[in-house]
Design a protein around this ligand. Structure first.
Ligand SMILES: NC(=O)c1ccc[n+]([C@@H]2O[C@H](COP(=O)([O-])OP(=O)(O)OC[C@H]3O[C@@H](n4cnc5c(N)ncnc54)[C@H](OP(=O)(O)O)[C@@H]3O)[C@@H](O)[C@H]2O)c1
Length: 291
């Protein structure tokens, strides 16, 4: 489907922005990517894929105005992992939206997080809720996507050998399901929104591609790696001492959690990438565990 102009993608050297840019390019659309360092390998790869690189910084208002001049749409994502934490994330999320209003952007797609508005007590969820609320005060045609936990996160805590077996250890009750998504599918939904504004403009949509308990995640690793993997629940208190924000997130998974309408999403997009399929392409079992 046609999009009436250029889409400016933020965070294009990262996971979500990279996925959105690549999916839009794959569908034949014109993509500008705002990058801090056009010489960075990820930026050059994006250029190779067909994106026009535009140098800028989310903390540099003039660069945002220049990058948004004349564009049709903006894919907006911010990280809380930079030096300014959630305060910088919120400030940048607001600044980007303000620049989009000044530029007369016709479709603004903001990537938030699943459950942003539901008493999560997770600082980097609450920052996104504040950006969402700010967006609602603006004259800016907006779609809010709320992605759930990325498949990628499972690589950070991938199964490790313990006493001769591979163990996937998480701070999760074995009976608690968690919704998951491949970042590539965030790109798919973002491109769908830009291509079909009639269905997406004004919408707030929680997006997921899979839903698994810890033991089911271990089974996905087992199937992808061809080696037995056991799930183990970790006690939450040590995590609470080290990373209270993450502990709050796992507490929230137990008492509420993500609520994407997976059946409906699968109806519109039957090929959403499961964790098992994603791991088959992205995870190799440690050699010591291979049979
Ligand atoms: N992990 C999950 O399970 C999950 C689930 C839902 C939502 N989220 C949210 O996803 C967000 C992060 O998205 P991601 O994983 O796609 O990010 P990412 O892979 O860490 O990439 C961050 C991107 O932001 C860019 N960036 C950072 N500071 C910038 C600045 N001042 N000006 C311009 N660009 C800047 C980086 O560019 P450079 O290349 O220049 O550094 C990079 O392209 C977080 O807010 C997180 O809460 C995560």
């Amino acid at each position: 489907m046609a999009i009436e102009g250029t889409i400016l993608v933020l965070g294009g050297t990262g996971r979500q922005g990279g996925a959105a840019a690549r999916e839009l390019l794959r569908r034949g659309h014109t993509v500008h990517a705002l990058v801090r360092d056009p010489g960075k390998e990820a930026a050059l790869e994006l250029q190779e894929a067909g994106a026009v690189l535009v140098r800028g910084d989310l903390d540099d208002e003039a660069s945002l105005d220049a990058a948004m001049h004349g564009v049709h749409g903006v894919f907006s994502v911010q990280t809380f992992r930079g030096p300014g934490g959630v305060e910088a994330e919120e400030r940048q999320g607001r600044a980007v939206a303000d620049a989009a209003v000044r530029a007369g952007v016709r479709h603004f797609v903001y990537s938030s997080v699943g459950g942003a508005d539901r008493d999560t007590r997770v600082p980097h969820f609450e920052s996104k809720n504040r950006v969402e609320r700010y967006l609602r005060t603006l004259e800016l045609p907006t779609t809010v996507l709320r992605p759930v936990m990325f498949h990628d996160i499972l690589l950070d805590i991938a199964p490790r050998p313990v006493d001769g077996e591979l163990v996937l250890a998480m701070w999760l009750d074995p009976g608690t399901p968690v919704q998951l998504i491949a970042t590539g599918d965030i790109g798919v939904f973002a491109a769908d929104a830009f291509e079909n504004p009639g269905a997406w403009l004004g919408g707030v949509v929680e997006i997921a591609g899979d839903c698994l308990t810890g033991p089911q995640m271990a089974a996905a690793f087992e199937a992808a790696g061809g080696v037995p993997v056991r799930f183990q629940q970790l006690p939450i208190e040590p995590l609470r001492a080290a990373r209270p924000d993450l502990a709050n997130m796992f507490d929230w998974f137990e008492r509420d959690g993500y609520r994407a309408d997976l059946a409906e999403l699968r109806r519109t997009r039957p090929n959403l990438v499961s964790l098992r399929s994603w791991l088959s392409d992205n995870w190799t079992a440690p050699v010591a565990a291979a049979r």
